[in-house]
Design a binder for this molecule. Structure first.
Ligand code: BTN
Length: 262
């Protein structure tokens, strides 16, 4: 197993400038021009703070077993190893809220790195102008969580069949994004929100998530619970991160599965 390749200059320069803001993330920080999945490589390290970055993935995965199209030169593919179970306050809740915290951090990092304001859709899909810009995949590996995110930098990051549902930083800003800057700002935001989780500052995470998720209230959604397709109007998120949905039977809590925004 290789220890990674030399960092490309744009990433090396950005990391050097931002290093003090990244702790505890980035030790080690490995770069690969092509890899199967950054989540798999991070899982093989499984020590808190490890970061794996790739320019392309041959087996990138999305949620619910989907493929995450990851061609070279068009996206940012990043995985980090986090240990929310070592939170000083309520480690179980910290672990549950990690997915929301990750969405907040990626949104904050994109804004800091590009100036673009983005929205979140439960639990942590990142949208711009109503189209998906970035996705996050959290996978438990023994006592840690591998948290991977993919950000579309250019339109070639998404396959033709997703063209009308996806967007890229270049498409939104009209110019090529600074990849190194987007990487370090998302990692710095993740380090900061991870600090909130470990210290039990759960309300800060929930408040930041709510501000960035307008569709969490009053949007029509459908989801599958067992073999039933259910629908209703979103009514916010609970303190445990569950999506609340008002249906004819009352408020339902959605904790997993696929939610369709209609
Ligand atoms: C989703 O929206 O379905 C989640 C997509 C997560 C993609 C990222 S890219 C980096 C990391 N490695 C993977 O194989 N998947 C995640």
């Amino acid at each position: 197993m290789t220890a990674g390749e030399p960092l490309p200059p744009d990433i090396a320069d950005a990391i050097e400038e931002a290093r003090p803001r990244l702790a505890p993330l980035g030790a080690p920080l490995l770069f690969f021009s092509t890899i199967g999945s950054t989540n798999d490589r991070a899982a093989s390290i499984a020590t808190e703070g490890a970061v794996v970055v790739a320019d392309a993935q041959t087996a990138g995965r999305g949620r619910r077993g989907r493929t995450w199209f990851s061609p070279p030169g068009s996206g940012l593919y990043v995985s980090t190893v986090l240990a929310p179970a070592r939170a000083r306050v309520d480690p179980r809740r910290a672990t549950t809220l990690l997915t929301l915290a990750a969405g907040v951090a990626v949104a904050e990092g994109i804004q800091a790195g590009t100036g673009l304001e983005v929205d979140l859709k439960w639990p942590n899909d990142v949208y711009a102008s109503g189209r998906k810009l970035a996705g996050i995949l959290a996978e438990a590996v023994r006592d840690v969580v591998v948290l991977g995110y993919g950000i579309n930098l250019t339109a070639s990051a998404f396959p033709p069949d997703l063209r009308d549902r996806a967007t890229s930083l270049e498409g939104q800003a009209g110019k090529a994004p600074d990849r190194g800057r987007v990487l370090v700002e998302t990692l710095a935001a993740l380090a900061s929100r991870y600090g909130d989780l470990l210290a039990g500052r759960f309300d800060a995470i929930l408040d930041a998530w709510r501000v960035r998720a307008p569709a969490a209230v009053g949007a029509r959604v459908t989801w599958t619970a067992g073999s039933n397709v259910q629908s209703g109007l979103t009514a916010g998120v609970g303190d445990d991160g569950a999506l609340l949905v008002r249906t004819e039977r009352g408020i339902e809590r959605v904790v997993g599965g696929e939610v369709q925004w209609t």
